[in-house]
Design a protein around this ligand. Structure first.
Ligand SMILES: *Cc1c(COP(=O)(O)O)cnc(C)c1O
Length: 387
């Protein structure tokens, strides 16, 4: 089976992890801060907080922004459930904004229309989670302009997008958002097995997230309510969690990060090769905005169903049967039973629904060979029964 995504582990990664195992600290040592500083320096952010997953990063990001009961969080329906669930963790209500037909990202025009209606109804969102689907950045400048007019905060869910660029700057620089979140799950661009990171340029948000990832406990005298009782002393000043990343994970992250640009370049080269090979098939290949350099976490095609005699389900099934580990990113979140129970209807977001009926993620990962890629293209041709 050719998987849809796969991590790349090299000797340098193994050596780095082994070194930590033989060191004094398996957690809360020097490597986590080293990894944080390396990512912050790479993408041009002031602060970075490593955590045990992007899901945890989204949670503390929402809490740091003050999201709570009575508030609304908006995001795209075409994302992993975690982009929406973080709002529910905070007791907020969740709503969705339909996608753009070309980028498949949250559509700024649909966002503007929904904001106008929400303002009239007095239910504007407190937080909008902009998800850079497949690694292609959202139209952040437009979303940022709307945030100024309507007073919401922006979290970039850049789980797919580390190493990509928007308007020539690395995603994570935070020019158009409050907080950016990365995921280091093995299918993502670089991995720490499980892991995530929250980045911000705002000192107060950084300090809040630092507390929240570790029990709300601090040893910083400046954050305490009164003078220290002694050298053993710490205070719990908020209700936090244990969302810490281990030293083993961070060591893997440091060595993986050194290869980030190579990974993204390789992903882009393979994606462009797919583009040219697929022109002869009845599929829509991913459109790329000229302002963006995608991290290319995923390569999603859309079937031109009116030009073929087989169904989306048949093509997908045939590819799997031919040993091609295709996937579908994503089932629209509002159609999950948990969200349907809140009153969403399947056809609430028509562009997302159309996408779901046509999309297939083809295998893409940096160690994929061109021979494997040819195998995928041939299998797809076979599956679509076109000559
Ligand atoms: C993978 C992913 C997440 C969650 O990441 P974890 O590190 O597995 O918690 C969140 N949002 C998006 C868009 C993702 O793809």
């Amino acid at each position: 089976m050719i998987p849809y995504g796969r991590q790349d582990i090299q000797q340098a990664d193994i050596d780095a992890v082994l070194q930590v195992l033989q060191s004094d600290f398996l957690t809360q040592g020097p490597i986590v801060p080293r990894f944080e500083q390396a990512v912050a320096a790479k993408v041009g952010a002031r602060h970075a907080h490593a955590v045990n997953s992007a899901t945890s990063a989204l949670h503390i990001a929402c809490l740091a922004l003050g999201l709570g009961e009575g508030d609304w969080l908006w995001t795209t329906p075409i994302t992993f459930v975690a982009s929406a669930n973080c709002g529910r963790y905070c007791g907020a209500q969740v709503d969705f904004v339909d996608i753009d037909s070309r980028t498949y990202n949250l559509c700024p025009t649909a966002l503007e229309a929904k904001l106008e209606r929400a303002e009239a109804q007095g239910r504007l969102p407190k937080v909008v989670v902009a998800v850079h689907l497949c690694g292609q950045p959202c139209d952040m400048q437009a979303i940022h302009t709307l945030s100024r007019r309507y007073g919401f905060h922006i979290i970039e869910d850049a789980s797919h997008a580390i190493g990509g660029k928007y308007q020539g700057e690395y995603i994570g620089s935070g020019r158009y958002s409050d907080i950016t979140v990365f995921s280091f799950h093995p299918v993502k661009i670089i991995t720490t097995a499980e892991g995530g990171m929250a980045l911000t340029n705002d000192d107060a948000l950084a300090s809040r997230m630092d507390l929240l990832r570790s029990h709300g406990v601090t040893k910083d005298p400046e954050l305490m309510t009164h003078e220290s009782d002694g050298p053993w002393y710490y205070q719990q000043v908020d209700l936090g969690f244990n969302y810490r990343m281990t030293e083993l994970q961070a060591a893997l992250g440091v060595t993986q990060l050194e290869r980030l640009d190579d990974y993204v370049a390789r992903r882009n080269a393979l994606a462009e090769r797919y583009d040219s090979q697929l022109t002869r098939l009845p599929v829509v290949t991913p459109w790329q905005h000229p302002d963006s350099y995608s991290g290319r976490h995923l390569y999603v095609i859309r079937l031109k169903l009116d030009e073929i005699d087989v169904s989306h389900r048949q093509v997908f099934k045939s590819l799997r049967e031919q040993g091609i580990g295709v996937n579908l990113h994503y089932i629209p979140v509002h159609t999950q039973p948990y969200y349907l129970a809140m009153g969403f209807q399947r056809n609430d977001f028509p562009e997302a629904q159309r996408y779901y009926a046509e999309a297939i993620s083809l295998p893409l990962y940096p160690t994929m060979t061109t021979a494997q890629q040819d195998e995928v293209v041939n299998a797809l041709q076979q599956a679509m029964e076109v000559a």
